[in-house]
Design a protein around this ligand. Structure first.
Ligand SMILES: [Zn+2]
Ligand SMILES: [Zn+2]
Length: 377
C-alpha cells in the first residue's frame, strides 16, 4: 500500500524536479542569449561588498571624509595643475594633430565628470569595504611596525608593490573575457588624451581592489599620502596623453606616453606594455615593447569597433553612446567581439558587431581609417 501511495508521489516529485530542472535550464538558456551572465558576477561582487561595508559602518572609517579624499586625488588642485601641464604638452608635442574639441576629448571629459560625481562614491565604498573585510578575516595580514624600515622605505615599497598589483589586475583584464568586457571601453579610445585615464567602466574597479593589499600589509609602517596618490595618478594619466615623449633612458623604468600608446595600438597585440607607472613588470614577464619611430604616431582603438564609439556616425550622441558603452559588458555572449585575445585573431569585416554592421557611415570611416588589419599573433 505504502509503495502504491509513495510511488506516484515519487514520480510526481521526480517529474516536478525534471520540470523545475528543465525550466531552470530553459530560463538560463533564454537569459544567456540576451545577457552575458558572467559579467553579472562582477556586479554581484560589487553589490555584496557595498552591502557588507555599509552594514559594518565602513570598518569605522568616515565615508564622506574618504570620499572627499578620493575626489581630491581625482580633481584636487594638484591633480588639476598636473592635468593642465599635460594638456599644454599635448599641444606642444602632439603624437597626432587633433582639434582640442575632438569627439574623443569631449567624451572622455563626460566620463571624467561621471567618475567624480558617481564613480567616486562607488570606489570609496568598495575600497573601505574591501580593506575592512581583509582586516577582519585575516588580521595577521597587517605587519607590525618594523623598526629597521624607515617610513619612506615602507612608502616606496607600497608604491612599487601597488604598481605590480595593478599590473597583475590589468593582465587579468586582458586574459579573462569576463573582465575584458569591462576593460574594452578603455581600449576603444581612438583619440587618446590625458583624460582617457578616466575612460573606464565603473565596475572594472572591482578587479583593481587587489592593489590595496600592499597598503594594508604595510599599514603600520607607512601610508601613501594623497599627494603621492595624485602623483601616481598623474603618471598614469600622462601615459595616456597625446604626447610624443619617450622619457629617454628613464623610459626604461617609467611608463611614457610613447610606451603606453603601444598598449592601445589599433593593429598590434594589446596585451603588451601593461604597466601603470613602471615598465619593469612588462620587462620581467617579457611583455615590454619599447617605442620606435613607427609606433609613436600609431592609431589606437579596437579593430572593427566591437564597442560603440563616439567617433562612429554623423553625430557623436555622447550621452546615448555612454549609456550603451556602460551596458555593453552585459551584452550576449554570442557577440563575436567577446574574444579576450582581441589582437591574436584575423580581423574580418563580417565579424563586425550589429552596431558597425548596421552603420554605413561607421563602415566607411573604418574603411578609410583602417585599410588593413591582419593577424599579428
Ligand atoms: Zn589594457
Ligand atoms: Zn590605457
Amino acid at each position: 500500500m505504502t509503495s502504491v501511495l509513495t510511488a506516484p508521489a515519487q514520480s510526481m516529485s521526480g517529474s516536478a524536479t525534471t520540470v523545475r530542472g528543465w525550466s531552470a535550464k530553459k530560463l538560463w538558456a533564454a537569459l544567456s542569449t540576451r545577457v552575458y551572465l558572467p559579467a553579472c558576477s562582477i556586479a554581484g561582487i560589487a553589490a555584496v561588498l557595498v552591502v557588507i561595508g555599509w552594514s559594518h559602518h565602513w570598518g569605522g572609517a568616515a565615508f564622506s571624509q574618504s570620499l572627499t579624499s578620493l575626489r581630491v586625488v581625482i580633481v584636487g588642485p594638484l591633480t588639476l595643475a598636473i592635468i593642465g601641464v599635460f594638456l599644454v604638452t599635448e599641444r606642444v608635442w602632439p603624437a597626432q594633430q587633433r582639434s582640442l574639441f575632438a569627439r574623443g576629448y569631449r567624451h572622455d571629459l563626460l566620463l571624467t565628470v561621471m567618475n567624480v560625481l558617481l564613480v567616486a562614491p562607488l570606489v570609496t565604498a568598495l575600497t573601505l569595504s574591501f580593506v575592512d573585510v581583509m582586516r577582519r578575516s585575516a588580521p595577521w595580514i597587517v605587519l607590525p611596525k618594523i623598526g629597521t624600515v624607515p617610513r619612506w622605505g615602507a612608502i616606496a615599497l607600497i608604491f612599487v608593490a601597488m604598481d605590480f598589483c595593478n599590473w597583475l589586475a590589468h593582465y587579468a583584464n586582458h586574459r579573462f573575457r569576463m573582465l575584458w568586457r569591462f576593460h574594452e571601453l578603455h581600449h576603444s579610445q581612438e583619440d587618446m588624451n590625458v583624460l582617457t585615464v578616466f575612460r573606464t567602466h565603473p565596475l572594472i574597479h572591482v578587479s583593481y581592489l587587489v592593489a590595496l593589499i600592499p597598503g594594508v600589509v604595510l599599514l603600520a609602517n607607512g601610508v601613501l599620502s594623497l599627494t603621492m596618490l595624485a602623483i601616481y595618478g598623474g603618471i598614469v594619466a600622462f601615459a595616456h596623453s597625446n604626447t610624443r615623449l619617450g622619457f629617454g633612458p628613464l623610459g626604461r623604468i617609467f611608463v611614457s606616453p610613447n610606451f603606453h600608446r603601444i598598449h592601445h595600438q589599433l593593429d598590434g597585440p594589446q596585451d603588451v606594455n601593461l604597466g601603470f607607472a613602471l615598465t619593469i613588470w612588462d620587462q620581467l614577464f617579457h611583455r615590454a615593447v619599447f617605442p620606435t619611430e613607427e609606433t609613436i604616431r600609431t592609431e589606437t582603438g579596437l579593430p572593427g569597433r566591437p564597442l560603440i564609439v563616439e567617433q562612429a556616425g554623423e553625430q557623436p550622441h555622447h550621452f546615448a553612446v555612454l549609456v550603451r558603452q556602460l551596458l555593453a559588458p552585459f551584452r550576449s555572449a554570442n557577440d563575436l567581439s567577446t574574444s579576450p585575445s582581441i589582437r591574436s585573431r584575423v580581423y574580418r569585416p563580417e565579424q563586425q558587431s550589429d552596431q558597425t554592421a548596421n552603420d554605413g557611415s561607421a563602415r566607411v570611416l573604418l574603411a578609410a581609417r583602417r585599410p588593413q588589419l591582419e593577424d599579428v599573433a
